[in-house]
Write a protein that binds this ligand. Structure first.
Ligand code: ADP
Length: 483
């Protein structure tokens, strides 16, 4: 890693506008080669309390500013992130493993939330409602909720932070971020740039830790924290939601998915293969909107699987820092064990491995892109997020069957389908129990649309005008005696 600005590599917690040296530290490793990238400060419960205190103290002044004043600082932050795109992408690839092109894409995508909400924050409009009495006037105002805690995952170390933090800051909230333990360096680089952009001390705080439970307990239990926004696993999300009950915090959760990707007989085959490749293999299959179950109708099944397998075999696997790489390593050993467990179980249940099937020799976190044909709903990989470059392809006969299969999961984040029959497209889109549906596209993420799920995939929306709501409270002012 050769950063042109080495000061972007930070290893302390960022609290109250200062870099806090902590007692203990924990290692951050490059998942491709195990290289030690940094020893990072290990934030404790006491550090978390200090960050919440700083965020609380900063809230009155920050929220009193006009949206335009806050917007200026957000815009500067956006610009600084884009100016440092190469360095941020290098850091991201080093700690997360994704191909450098995808890392650059993520930096742009991450910045786009800041740019979007710097503008959208100016439009946190209220309402005027005709009164219910002659002397009554009713107005509705939107106010920032207060201190926000954001707990984020390792798969998008920059974008998962900015899409929570940008709307929060734009409307006047202050924020404490706890990034994932595998990828704190990107979060700290964001803090460095936030400090250069001119956010006042305490407005934005970042707490790296190897002990998420201890930090999480303060963030969910402290009554000064008014809102928790979490992206991560369903199990942890459920626990955090329960932990927030004690202080009845506003909560938004973006949890696991089990995305169906349906290809109907009348689909454009080449487009469907391209969409499936994009949806399945981005970030080595480690996104919550990755196609987890690819359902292909009988009439197109053989052609689809042949073309999809060919395209999969053409993927270049390797070191994310190399331009040519399309599939980088899995994040850690636990991820590898999960993918292997699911594959072994699928084979036992009659799955056919058409290409791939295991790690690259001598590089065990590098998993070969794998196509599993003849998958069935008995297999565990139809129920769990695979979170690796393993594509399971199922065969179906009728539209009704496809919709039923797609909905037969407790999750409801993203779904995709390919087809050309206009009426069917509309019908299927309506019947899919998902928060997001890609119709003839495998790429749905953008700052201008509401990202989020239903069922056990969570609630709350990130991005778009809807993304502001999660950080606002609605207050109604009833004016009497207006004679
Ligand atoms: P993943 O399977 O993607 O690692 P997790 O839900 O374990 O998903 O992690 C997502 C985020 O939640 C990370 O920042 C992680 O540190 C954090 N986390 C995990 N367990 C807890 C907990 N008990 N309290 C607070 N945060 C937690």
């Amino acid at each position: 890693m050769q950063l042109s600005d080495p000061t972007l590599l930070r290893s302390s917690a960022y609290v109250n506008g200062d870099w806090h040296p902590a007692g203990a530290s924990f290692p951050v490793l490059n998942p491709f080669n195990g290289e030690l990238l940094a020893e990072v400060a290990d934030a404790t419960a006491a550090d978390t309390e200090a960050a919440v205190t700083a965020a609380s103290a900063a809230f009155p002044e920050w929220s009193a500013r006009t949206a335009a004043e806050r917007s200026k600082i957000l815009r500067r932050w956006n610009d600084l992130i884009l100016e440092n795109l190469e360095d941020l992408a290098q850091l991201l690839t080093a700690e997360q493993g994704k191909p450098i092109n995808e890392a650059q894409g993520e930096v742009r995508y991450g910045a786009s939330f800041i740019e979007w909400f710097a503008e959208e924050g100016k439009r946190a409009y209220g309402d005027v409602i005709p009164g219910h009495g002659r002397d009554k006037r009713i107005t509705v105002v939107k106010q920032p909720v207060g201190v926000v805690a954001a707990i984020t995952p390792w798969n998008f170390p920059i974008a998962m932070i900015t899409r929570k933090v940008a709307p929060a800051l734009a409307v006047g909230c202050t924020v404490v971020v706890k990034p994932a333990e595998d990828t704190p360096l990107s979060a700290l680089a964001l803090a460095e740039l936030a400090s250069r952009a001119g956010f006042p001390p305490g407005v934005f705080n970042v707490l790296p830790t190897s002990n998420p439970k201890a930090v999480g307990a303060v963030l969910t239990g402290d009554e000064r924290v008014k809102k928790l926004s979490f992206t991560g696993s369903t199990a942890v999300g459920k626990q955090l939601m329960a932990d927030c009950a004690g202080t009845v915090k506003k909560v938004s959760l973006e949890l696991g998915g089990n995305a169906p990707f349906i290809v109907f007989d009348d689909a454009d085959l080449a487009a469907a293969v391209e969409g499936a490749m994009a949806s399945k293999y981005r970030n080595a299959g480690q996104t919550c909107v990755c196609a987890n179950r690819i359902f292909v109708q009988n009439g197109i099944y053989e052609d689809f699987i042949a073309a999809f397998t060919r395209a999969t075999q053409a993927l270049t696997v390797g070191d994310g820092s190399q331009e040519a790489t399309e599939i980088g390593p899995l994040i850690n050993e636990a991820a590898l064990e999960k993918v292997q467990r699911l594959l072994v179980e699928a084979e036992r249940n009659g799955a056919e491995i058409l290409t791939g099937g295991g790690p690259v020799e001598g590089q065990e976190l590098l998993f070969q892109p794998t196509v599993v044909g003849g998958a069935s709903t008995d297999m565990q990989m139809s129920k769990e997020e695979i979170f690796g470059p393993v594509a399971a392809v199922y065969r179906f006969e009728t539209e009704a069957e496809a919709v039923e299969l797609a909905n037969a999961t407790p999750f409801g984040l993203a779904a995709y389908f390919y087809g050309r029959d206009y009426a069917r497209c509309w019908r299927v889109a309506e019947r899919l129990e998902y928060g997001m549906v890609g119709i003839n596209t495998g790429m749905i993420s953008t700052a201008v649309a509401p990202f989020g799920g239903v069922k056990e995939s969570g609630f709350g929306r990130e991005g778009s005008k809807y993304g502001l709501e999660d950080y606002l409270m609605t207050k109604y002012l009833c004016w009497g005696g207006v004679e």
